[in-house]
Design a protein around this ligand. Structure first.
Ligand code: G3H
Ligand code: 13P
Ligand code: ZN
Length: 311
């Protein structure tokens, strides 16, 4: 197997009523944990790299680690730029061997979003690379972007046909009430997603793959490990897994997960070091962290995304 685009993955996922997991990667242990899980349950994968991940780990290191994972697992893996904010960044990832890029023009005006997305699509398609666009703005925090709840906005279904037709994008991220990070809904309130918007978007774009960002469920076992071992994350709450499962049965073909991996890694490391205060070998605490990422991802692939056995 080689690095592939998401075209075939999305076609099968749409028809099969499941979704592909798009997991953010920043280092070797995260890549190993995710890809070992996918290998065990034979799931197709999208590994995504943010601008922050590229700054942290370097494009070439991440690319070579992912190439190693393809060799080790024999899985179809799509390598995707997460939240590209400019043509130049997207071009650099296309030139550097990614098979998919996201151009996130969601904070621009509708016309500016169309213009930059179209420019990226033209360049990417000429190089055999697929493109994800975004309409609607998610709340939350990424490395380079902070969007407050007041500035977030749901996707307007009446805009999606024009956006997709004029840009030529291969998939579309929409905002239906999820947000980035570990604080998605007010603790004690019932999490709500606008499935009516998702339904209306898919009615207007039949067969077209939709993407859901901000899809971590924020497992409370890892939040507890963090809070009991010197951390401070009261009120961290995520998207209920049954809602993600429902979205995966609908037109959502790609579900983005990053915060859950961070929680699994950090919770495990904090707990390990609290229990073994004299240990100073990084392998000692990174090994259980990698193992917990693997277990978390296996759970997502089987019980949330439903893509086990689909590689
Ligand atoms: O959606 C954002 C991802 O979680 C990436 O976050 O920009 O901090 O790497 P980052
Ligand atoms: P989470 O913060 O919910 O993991 O979302 C990640 C994401 O959308 C990456 O693009
Ligand atoms: Zn995102």
């Amino acid at each position: 197997m080689a690095i592939v685009t998401s075209t075939e993955m999305f076609k099968k996922a749409y028809e099969g009523g499941y979704a592909i997991g798009a997991f953010n990667v920043n280092n070797m242990e995260i890549i190993q944990g995710i890809t070992e899980a996918a290998k065990e349950v034979s799931a197709p994968l999208i590994l995504q790299v943010s601008a922050g991940a590229r700054k942290y780990a370097n494009h070439t290191y991440l690319m070579k680690l992912i190439e190693a994972a393809v060799i080790e697992t024999g899985l179809p893996i799509c390598v995707h730029l997460d939240h590209g904010d400019s043509f130049e960044l997207c071009k650099s990832c296309v030139d550097g061997g990614f098979s998919s890029v996201m151009i996130d023009g969601s904070s621009r005006s509708f016309e500016d979003n169309i213009a930059v997305t179209k420019q990226v699509v033209e360049y990417a398609h000429a190089h055999g690379v697929v493109v994800e666009g975004e309409l609607g703005t998610l709340a939350g925090v990424e490395d380079d972007v902070k969007v407050s709840a007041e500035d977030s906005s749901y996707t307007r279904p009446e805009e999606v046909e024009e956006f997709v037709t004029r840009t030529g994008v291969d998939s579309l991220a929409i905002a239906i009430g999820t947000s980035h990070g570990a604080y998605k809904f007010k603790p004690g309130t019932k999490p709500q997603l606008r499935f009516d918007i998702l339904e209306e978007v898919s009615r207007r774009l039949p067969g077209f793959p939709i993407v859901l960002h901000g899809s971590s469920s924020v497992p409370q076992e890892f939040v507890r490990m963090i809070n009991e071992n010197g951390g401070n994350m009261p009120g961290a709450v995520g998207v209920p897994e049954e809602m993600l499962r429902q979205a995966a049965r609908m037109a959502v073909c790609k579900i983005n997960i990053d915060s859950d991996l961070r929680l699994a890694m950090t919770g495990t490391v904090r707990q390990y070091l609290a229990e073994h205060p004299a240990d100073f070998d990084p392998r000692a605490y990174l090994k259980p962290a990698r193992e917990n990422i693997k277990e978390l991802v296996k759970h997502k692939l089987i019980h949330v995304l439903g893509c086990d056995g689909k590689a």
